[in-house]
Ligand binder design. Structure first.
Ligand SMILES: *Cc1c(COP(=O)(O)O)cnc(C)c1O
Length: 242
């Protein structure tokens, strides 16, 4: 049951293009983040060989082990951290990632700034927003989000560039609930762009294997796709290995 990553990649890219077209979006306005969590270096390298540069992982340790190897072959690969980030993992996350998509609290921003300042490195972040009933992660209080952005405005995070927003829709067959979650993120992003015009908050990271068409219709600029590229994840087996 080996998976042909290259043909999956071509298929996903053409589905993204078709969705852009059907939604009246500009061609090339939606980027693909290949979510490679629980998949091997070999599988990731197959995707890189087929031209994919942007990858997402949700566990920092796993990501560091894999991408330190992969970058020996493909130094241009870029990594986004997309999973809930514990403060004690921030140092390593800042060492390996170009973007942290799962910023959900002010103390996390303070730690990212601290570590990036030590590394003399700039990093991009997205604010993860809680928009769906059964996801547990993300900002729930928009006033805390406003407070975070105000701190950027005050110059408290010179090594961090806020680029936009991320969300996960609820896992449900109900397309309306999924759509509501995405349109809520877009509305929040528009409100925040009006309130904080100093920052390029244009990135909208939303849409996964099962719902990216809807996300693109609702304005996604970055879809995070794992299963459709690499096949099902085998959580059990990988857990025993690590
Ligand atoms: C795993 C994961 C994805 C990819 O999900 P698929 O359904 O496999 O495409 C996207 N976003 C986040 C935050 C994830 O943890």
């Amino acid at each position: 049951m080996s998976v042909d990553v290259k043909s999956n990649l071509l298929d996903v890219l053409s589905r993204i293009k078709e969705s852009e077209k059907n939604a009246g979006r500009k061609e090339g306005s939606v980027k693909l983040l290949a979510v490679s969590k629980f998949h091997s270096c070999d599988e990731i390298i197959s995707a890189a060989r087929a031209g994919q540069i942007l990858f997402g992982e949700n566990r920092v340790q796993e990501a560091a082990e894999k991408f330190n190897e992969i970058r020996k072959v493909f130094p241009e690969t870029k990594l986004h951290i997309i999973g809930t980030l514990q403060t004690n993992k921030v140092k390593k996350a800042c060492e390996i990632a170009e973007c942290i998509e799962s910023v959900d609290r002010i103390p996390l921003l303070l730690e990212i700034e601290k570590q990036c300042s030590k590394l003399e490195k700039n990093i991009s972040v997205l604010f993860e927003i809680h928009t769906g009933e059964d996801s547990k992660s993300g900002y729930t209080d928009l006033n805390v989000l406003r407070e975070s952005l105000s701190m950027f405005k005050e110059g408290k995070f010179p090594h961090i560039l806020p680029c936009g927003f991320m969300t996960m829709a609820p896992f449900t067959e109900d397309e309306n609930l999924v759509r509501k979650s995405f349109s809520r993120l877009r509305k929040i992003s528009e409100d925040m762009k009006n309130e904080f015009p100093d920052f390029p908050l244009d990135e909208l990271s939303m849409g996964m294997s099962g719902d990216f068409r809807i996300a693109i219709e609702e304005g996604s600029t970055l879809v995070r796709i794992g299963t459709s590229l690499f096949g099902e994840r085998n959580y059990h087996e990988k857990k025993e290995l690590s």
